[in-house]
Design a protein around this ligand. Structure first.
Ligand code: HEC
Length: 284
């Protein structure tokens, strides 16, 4: 009888501890307040998965038309867009500097340069060799325009956050989640359960009405999927995943080649071992 009571008490204690730690984890982690992270199966997951070129092109369009008003792509030059494995790669133009799509994209941006004649500052259309120019002249201007918050560089964002692709995807979609009373947002702040602490100084970016903006892929003859918020979020993540790790496809194919090489080597070694030792009879 006494033993049974002790056992029941232990079970009850265990449940209490488990639920307390559960609460602690839920409120201490970056994803809280009952928000369920959506884990997507990305094109590039798995051993052989690589980025989908059309999705990257659409994702670039989302970046250019929405995110670009605030976020830089600090580590990217226009020519990278036309590199092998990149969103606008075209096998007819092995050198991305010759790729007309890349040239057109570069020319849409204003680049600050120095006049070679007199050293004065000039502004000229971009060329493929240019880096993506910064949106703001400096961080002070970035903070001034954005209520004191500085929009971070997006080119390596997917690598900079844990489970970055799912993180950015969910960050885009989680604004609808009901705000609990425990999180108090001040002006210029929005509730987003994916963000650490639940508060972010960036408003919802992908709203359904944004879907009316031009959302064409550059690939000829294909029908782009409907520009739902989920689709745009997934596509911009595909583009940002590539910009954070553009060599992924190359690395995976090199990995596969070395596996094949090692397998052949192992087979040859095994066959020569068989041949060399064939004449020796096992001792009885
Ligand atoms: C109107 C300006 C603006 C636009 C447009 C904008 N953002 Fe932001 N974004 C911000 C600001 C400001 C922050 C910093 C928020 C903070 O620190 O609270 C931010 C932060 C972020 C972060 C980092 C969150 C973190 O974990 O620190 C990501 C990711 C992000 N934005 C993605 C995007 C994407 C993708 C788009 C386009 C679909 C976009 N943003 C469009 C202003 C903007």
């Amino acid at each position: 009888m006494a033993l049974k009571t002790v056992r029941n008490l232990m079970i009850a204690g265990g449940v209490a501890v488990a639920s307390l730690t559960g609460i602690a984890i839920a409120s201490g982690g970056s994803v809280a307040d009952g928000y369920e992270m959506v884990h997507k199966h990305w094109h590039w997951s798995g051993v052989t998965g690589t980025y989908d070129q059309e999705a990257m092109q659409r994702g670039y369009n989302v970046y250019a038309q929405v995110c670009r008003s605030c976020h830089n792509l600090d580590h990217l030059a226009f020519r990278h867009l036309g590199d092998k494995g990149g969103p606008f790669y075209d096998e007819r133009y092995e050198n991305p500097n010759d790729n007309p799509l890349v040239k057109n994209i570069a020319a849409e941006y204003e680049v600050i340069d120095v006049n070679p004649e007199d050293g004065s500052e000039i502004s000229r259309p971009g060329i493929p060799a240019d880096m993506f120019p910064p949106v703001y002249r400096n961080t002070a201007e970035a903070a001034y325009v954005n209520n004191g918050a500085i929009p971070p560089d997006l080119s390596v964002m997917v690598k900079a956050r844990n489970n970055g692709a799912d993180y950015v995807y969910n960050l885009m979609l989680a604004y609808d989640h009901p705000q609990p009373d425990s999180v108090v947002t001040s002006s210029g702040q929005y509730y987003n359960p994916v963000m650490e602490g639940g508060k972010i100084a960036m408003g919802p970016q992908l709203q359904p009405q944004v879907g009316v903006f031009e959302y064409q892929s550059e690939t000829e003859g294909q029908n782009p999927p409907e520009a739902t918020v989920e689709q745009m979020a997934a596509d911009v993540v595909e583009f940002l995943a590539w910009s954070a790790d553009p060599k992924l496809a190359e690395r995976k194919s090199a990995g596969m080649m070395s596996m094949v090489y090692l397998l052949i080597l192992a087979l040859l070694l095994w066959l020569s071992y068989k041949r060399i030792w064939a004449r020796l009879k096992p001792k009885t």
